[in-house]
Ligand binder design. Structure first.
Ligand code: SF4
Length: 190
């Protein structure tokens, strides 16, 4: 899965974030935008999917332009975000095929999805609450991605019963999962 970290900036400061250690200069869109499309087109010869990510990608002034450009080159474009406003932004589905929404430590029950593309919730393994997948599905999410805290060496071993029409994915080698396309986002804690 190809990922484009368009910014490492983020309005949050999670202790477990590893993106803040990524040495990545923000892409200067104003100066370099003519390089984006050729690059995306070149990469799209080998990759069908791309994830626009961060940091918090919407912290980049040109985040939507990246999405649009990506959609012109790649078959499937996903954006990972913890910015709730993306979930009701009607132009996002014009460019992205799916959203991975990082819930982090927020109350997962409060998010109701009403956008025309699949939205996958993402949590850290320690935030998993048995049964939360049923609530998320009821609230319109298409799936749940469970990311292990890889630095503490613990594996996510809980068994989650499959839910029809709802994908569950974990980056653990010990948990059984299925899914069509929610991209794996483990290395950005998303
Ligand atoms: S984990 Fe995500 S939300 Fe938290 S600081 Fe890192 S990029 Fe921001």
């Amino acid at each position: 899965m190809l990922k484009h970290i368009i910014t490492t900036k983020c309005n949050k400061n999670c202790s477990y974030c590893i993106t803040k250690n990524v040495k990545n200069k923000d892409f200067n869109f104003d100066n370099d935008c003519d390089k984006v499309m050729p690059l995306y087109h070149k990469l799209s010869k080998e990759h069908k999917q791309i994830v626009i990510t961060g940091g918090e990608p919407t912290e980049h002034n040109n985040w939507y332009a990246f999405l649009t450009y990506a959609s012109m080159a790649f078959k499937e474009v996903c954006i990972t975000t913890q910015n709730e406003s993306v979930l009701s932004n009607s132009i996002v589905p014009l460019a992205a095929k799916s959203i991975v929404f990082s819930i982090h430590n927020q109350d997962f029950k409060k998010f109701k999805i009403n956008i025309d593309i699949p939205v996958y919730a993402a949590i850290l393994a320690e935030q998993y609450i048995p049964g939360m997948e049923k609530v998320l599905k009821k609230n319109g999410f298409s799936g749940l991605t469970i990311n292990e805290e890889q630095r503490n060496g613990k594996s996510f071993t809980k068994k989650i019963n499959p839910l029809k029409g709802f994908s569950i994915k974990s980056n653990s080698s010990t948990t059984q999962i299925s899914l069509p396309f929610p991209p794996t986002t483990s290395d950005s804690r998303r």
